[in-house]
Design a protein around this ligand. Structure first.
Ligand SMILES: Nc1ncnc2c1ncn2[C@@H]1O[C@H](COP(=O)(O)OP(=O)(O)O)[C@@H](O)[C@H]1O
Ligand SMILES: [Mg+2]
Length: 332
């Protein structure tokens, strides 16, 4: 769907996209990186709106350097920043954008009604957009990206400024664009956790460079761990240790924990792991308080694969709690 080879974009002394080579397959794909990582710049280069400094890129088989207009005819774009005239209604605006994309007036009106319904704007669609909430404005931006029936949409931070419920709604919409309408999606965010939920694959960039490109399934498999908490009963705090021994005997990989801990961390290898935990606890007469698949630790997931000497360390740092791709650290 998208291919870049050695793509570089500089703004004077600032290198926003740095020698980026990546292939993006059809489907719903996330582009993740901290603020300033070069995501918005990359989207503009892919749309043929900004010329690359060096390297090449193609979108749907079209060259970004020479076929920008053809690309924009087939690709929808939701920009990061607001661009909505306050005194115009959503309906008028989206009809206008659809006509600018080449649709005849009648078709533009039909598509507008459809897309505004899909994004969940109803009677409000006739009101001036100046009075809209952030969530409504994001929906209008999304609708105009879809209005000309594109094969692919590039969505720049569609969850920006939304509260948690608004984020969930927007992510659901993004997912449905891919699954129900069969439109491929490239969606950016600085939050890996939210993209992971709706994307088939994720591309991670940092300082304009490619850090990782991987399917979401691989991402999950890379950190499939179970946290097991036992009710110790009268074992003087040794219950977890006993269970660890029993699980190791059953062939389960158990990570070493503290001696007094009631928690175990075990590698998840399908349903058999759950069975082994249940049977082991039952045999030892221990209660199970919790058996839970652990959330990812981004530092583990995105540590670069064992690189050669002199390579910089992991350049993305993120806490386990907010799953946010943090600032650049440790690069030389
Ligand atoms: N028009 C511009 N002129 C100069 N520098 C820019 C411009 N747009 C972006 N940059 C710089 O390029 C880098 C990447 O920015 P951007 O593509 O907006 O990243 P992201 O969307 O990931 O936050 C940043 O250092 C930013 O300051
Ligand atoms: Mg941006």
């Amino acid at each position: 769907m998208i291919t870049t080879v050695g793509l570089t974009k500089r703004y004077g002394p600032v290198t926003a996209v740095d020698d980026l080579s990546v292939d993006v397959a059809p489907g719903v794909v996330g582009l993740v990186g901290a603020n300033g990582a070069g995501k918005s710049t990359l989207l503009k280069v892919l749309l043929g709106l900004l010329p690359a400094t060096s390297g090449t890129a193609s979108v749907l088989g079209l060259d970004v350097a020479t076929q920008g207009e053809e690309i924009r005819a087939r690709v929808g774009y939701m920009p990061e920043h607001d661009c909505l005239p306050p005194d115009v209604s959503a309906t008028e605006f989206v009809v206008h954008m659809a006509r600018m994309s080449g649709l005849p007036t009648t078709a533009a009106r039909e598509r507008t009604a459809d897309t505004l319904r899909h994004v969940g704007l109803y009677e409000e669609r006739y009101r001036p957009m100046g009075g809209y909430s952030t969530g409504m404005r994001q929906r209008v931006k999304l609708a105009q990206a879809l209005a000309h029936d594109p094969q692919l949409v590039l969505l720049d931070e569609p969850t920006n400024g939304l509260d948690p419920a608004g984020r969930d709604d927007m992510l659901g919409l993004v997912r449905r664009i891919g699954t129900e309408f069969g439109i491929s999606v490239l969606v950016t965010s600085h939050l890996l956790g939210e993209l992971e939920r709706v994307c088939d694959a994720v591309v991670v960039v940092d300082g304009g460079r490619l850090l990782r490109s991987t399917s979401t399934a691989d991402l999950t498999a890379a950190s499939a761990l179970l946290v097991v908490e036992v009710e110790d009963g009268d074992r003087d705090g040794r219950g977890a240790q006993l269970l660890a021994g029993a699980l190791r005997d059953a062939g389960v990989v158990v990570h070493p924990g503290g001696a007094a801990s009631r928690l175990l961390e075990v590698e998840l290898a399908g349903d058999a792991t759950y069975d082994a935990v249940r049977d082991g606890a039952a045999r030892l007469g221990l209660g199970l308080v919790r058996v839970q698949q652990r959330r990812h630790r981004m530092a583990e997931v995105f540590a670069p694969p064992a690189a050669g000497a002199g390579a910089p360390g992991p350049a993305v740092r993120a806490s386990d709690d907010d799953q946010e791709v943090g600032a650049r650290v440790g690069t030389v």
